[in-house]
Design a protein around this ligand. Sequence first.
Ligand code: GDP
Ligand code: MG
Length: 179
Amino acid sequence: MAYMEDEQNEDYLFKIVLIGDSAVGKSNLLARFARDEFYPNSKSTIGVEFQTQKMNISGKEIKAQIWDTAGQERFRAVTSAYYRGAVGALVVYDISRRQTFESVTRWLNELQTHSDMNVVTILVGNKSDIKDAREVTTGEGKALAEAQGLFFIETSALASSNVAAAFETVVREIFSILS
Ligand code: GDP
Ligand code: MG
C-alpha cells in the first residue's frame, strides 16, 4: 500500500527507499537523520531493513518509513519487494567518485521498472564535506536532476549538512500531492 490514512487521527505512512551504489553513504544518511549518528568506517552490516521517523508537516503527523539496503546493491540485486509500495526515493551518489554518479541513470531505470506509480525522487550528491577530491560538480548534479525531473541536493552525513532537508523535501512533496 502506498500510504495509510487513518480517518480518526489522519496518520500518514510514506515508504521511502534509499538507492545508489555501494558505499555512497546511504546507511549513514539514514543513521544521521533518524538517530543523529555517524559511522566513520561503516560496512554494509549496519544497514537496517527500515527505520520509521515521525515528522510534522502542516500540523499533520507523518511517519516516514525509510528503507535501507543491507548491502545487496553490490550484487545489483535489490529485490522488487524493496521497491514495492514506495512513494518516495533518494537516489544517492558520492561526489568524490564519478562512477557512482554515472550509475544514477541505471538506478532510476531500476526504480521505474519496480515501482507501480510515480515515485517522488530526489537526487542526492553525498559527501559534500570532501573538498579536495571532488569528481562531480554541483552543476553536473543539478543538470542531471533537471533533465530527469528530480529534486536535487548535496549532503554530508559526516558534517550533518542538508541531511534532514533531503528527506523532508521528499516527504513534503508526497504530502502536497496527496493532500
Ligand atoms: P552505503 O553502502 O551507501 O550504505 O554507504 P555507508 O553509509 O556504509 O558509507 C560508506 C562509507 O562512506 C563509510 O566509510 C562512511 O563513513 C563514509 N561516508 C558516508 N557518508 C559520508 C559523508 O557524508 N562524508 C564522508 N566523508 N564520508 C561518508
Ligand atoms: Mg548501506
